[in-house]
Design a protein around this ligand. Structure first.
Ligand code: ADP
Ligand code: MG
Length: 591
């Protein structure tokens, strides 16, 4: 007994109020978490319109009004109890849950750290009910006049927990976080009308949209939509991907515009972010992330979204399948940006060009505007060579018949062309890089890369690490056309270089290869190694360009248009920029 008393003296069962405040630390991290939880409840209640309001970065006020199915008087009180939820009954339901919420934690947590008011009315009910709670204590429950639906108001966040208040950031930062959540909501539920007001000013008023592209345009503007390509539904086992991705060359330094909506919920996950970046490696400058509005619909038994209290993270049962699908879908979308051989006038795709400045002309492809982006299953598009066909030796692709007219050179490296849609500027350096890169990779794959033997072999002394990198990759380098021999110690004899490298100092080229290998991080093999080597060689080929004649540029352009990804070099720089006739008319005040 004495022993027991000793322990009882240390361990206490927390009061419900304290327990809620502790739990609130997980769910209510900051004002934006409240906006997220309340708006998700509105979606779960079948709302078709949600109005979000906040003041002073959400610390003074957050309110969310919806036109959903509301609650009756009993539920309006019960929903504030910890673990009160209408969405699951037992842990088994977790495996198949499709609603946004299911933990029954949000309302009790939020009401324990604020002055909280809930007004709700079921559509058929005579009157609504109002429940007031302050710092977790029930203050009043009474009938109230209210439109059908639910209104939740959260005032003076953390008024009773000053320690938590200290962790909040400045008003602007908190407001930006709220907006990020509101944008996620807008992107994930295009069919729901959405309004957002800050300090009494309307920031967003989005009507319900019939399709995702309309919502993207309403939210971020037509110029943003212009930077994206439509990704048709891609069906994998138990999941389906669709949405919009960057055009080649389009990206930004952070991932704030990389939306991944998993079963209606915005999430961040490496299984999607990483393969996206990989798919864009060849068409996006280093350090940039592709833009994305990706919807992933998945059989709930193939994932676990209960690994994070705010459900921002997710675990997949088959992460590899997801990675593969994201990569393939992105690659297929990029491939569709290529010009098709000999297009008939009716379906001739105008090439998509990246323009460097937002105010510069941006006329883009007549990719059929996506129809309703419903996520209904459709058969997957064949991506590459169908697997049931025997592999064929790659043939040199035919140049598409687009009627470009070479007008002349501007400066050392730019050529002016007249295209079917307007004025086109070609940068021969990026074009040379793209052509050399793809050609060399093709040649390496088929063992046909030519070696240019040096008249006088060069002896090269390398730092120990560079020597090791080169020695480790001797076979891959030979495949590209390098002819190297050990010359004792840290010396190498260069007897030949890839013919595609152009006339440049072989020594410099080899240093460049070593630098490429170093920046590749781990030791690349197979296709990864080919890309690294091809990048170094194509950089060398481009830098050896001197004065290019219009005839040479025309030939280069022809080759460029046979490339798989003609509109950006392998380092992500655009190869061509178009100024459409419409843009030119506008610039000259004629439109
Ligand atoms: P959860 O969403 O995990 O179930 P919450 O604490 O967020 O937990 O909400 C508790 C319950 O309150 C919900 O299960 C739902 O039944 C009810 N509820 C909350 N918000 C709304 C709303 N806006 N409209 C209708 N019912 C709601
Ligand atoms: Mg909830």
């Amino acid at each position: 007994m004495g022993e027991r008393e000793k322990h009882m003296g240390k361990i206490r069962i927390l009061s419900d109020e304290t327990a809620s405040q502790v739990a609130a630390g997980e769910v209510v991290e900051r004002p934006s978490s409240i906006v997220k939880e309340l708006s998700e409840n509105s979606l779960d209640a079948g709302a078709t319109r949600i109005v979000i309001e906040f003041a002073k970065g959400g610390t003074r006020l957050i309110s969310v009004r919806d036109d959903g199915f509301g609650m009756d008087a009993d539920d309006a009180v019960l929903c504030l109890e910890p673990h009160a939820t209408s969405k699951i009954r037992n842990a088994g339901d977790l495996a198949t849950v499709r609603s946004m919420g299911f933990r029954g934690e949000a309302l009790p947590s939020i009401s324990s750290v604020s002055r909280f008011r809930l007004v709700t009315r079921e559509p058929g009910a005579d009157a609504g009910i109002e429940v007031m709670v302050s710092g977790g204590k029930l203050e009043s429950v009474k009938e109230a006049g209210a439109p059908p639906g639910t209104f939740v108001e959260v005032k003076d966040l953390f008024f009773n927990i000053p320690a938590r208040k200290k962790f909040l950031r400045g008003e602007e930062t908190e407001a930006a976080q709220i907006l990020q959540v509101v944008h996620g909501l807008a992107i994930s539920s295009p069919g729901v009308g959405l309004e957002c007001r800050r300090d009494g000013r309307t920031l967003l008023a989005l009507p319900a949209a019939g399709s995702l592209d309309v919502r993207i345009r309403d939210l971020f503007g037509a110029a943003f939509l212009d930077r994206l390509i439509y990704v048709p539904p891609f069906v994998g086992e138990g999941f389906e991907l669709s949405g919009f991705l960057s055009k080649p060359g389009e990206g930004r330094r952070d991932r704030l515009q990389q939306w991944v909506i998993l079963n209606g919920r915005p999430v961040t996950c490496q299984e999607i972010a990483q393969p996206l970046r990989e798919a864009y490696a060849g068409v996006l400058q280093g350090g940039l992330q592709p833009l994305a509005v990706h919807h992933l619909e998945m059989d709930p038994t193939l994932m676990d979204c209960n690994v994070h209290p705010a459900k921002r993270l997710v675990r997949f049962v088959q992460p590899e399948a997801v990675r593969r699908a994201v990569f393939d879908a992105a690659q297929a979308a990029l491939m569709r940006q290529r010009p098709t051989p000999s297009p008939s006038p009716a379906q001739s795709p105008a090439p998509v060009f990246r323009t460097p400045e937002p105010e510069l002309p941006r006329r883009l492809e007549p990719d059929p505007p996506p129809q309703a982006t419903s996520l209904s299953p459709q058969p997957p598009k064949p991506l590459e060579t169908p697997h049931d066909q025997p592999p064929q030796a790659p043939t040199q692709p035919q140049a598409p018949e687009i009627p470009f007219r070479m007008m002349g050179r501007v400066g050392d490296y730019f050529f002016v062309l007249e295209g079917p849609e307007g004025l086109v500027l070609l940068d021969v350096r990026s074009a040379r890089e793209r052509v050399t890169f793809e050609r060399l990779i093709r040649q390496m794959e088929t063992g046909s890369a030519a070696c240019q033997r040096l008249l006088l072999p060069e002896i090269l002394e390398l730092p120990a690490r560079e020597h090791a990198w080169i020695a480790d990759h001797r076979e891959g380098l030979a495949e590209a056309g390098f002819l190297l021999e050990s010359f004792g110690g840290l010396s190498l004899k260069i007897e030949g270089v890839p013919a595609l490298a152009g006339h440049r100092e072989p020594e410099k080229l080899l240093h460049e290869v070593a630098a490429s290998l170093r920046s590749a991080g781990r030791l690349p093999r197979g296709h990864g190694l080919r890309e690294v080597v091809a990048k170094a060689v194509c950089r060398s080929a481009a830098s050896s360009l001197t004065s290019v004649s219009p005839e040479e540029a025309a030939l280069l352009l022809k080759e460029l248009l046979t490339c798989e990804l003609p509109y950006a070099g392998p380092f992500g720089h655009p190869t061509m920029i178009q100024f459409s006739f419409a843009e030119l008319d506008r610039k000259f005040g004629r439109a």
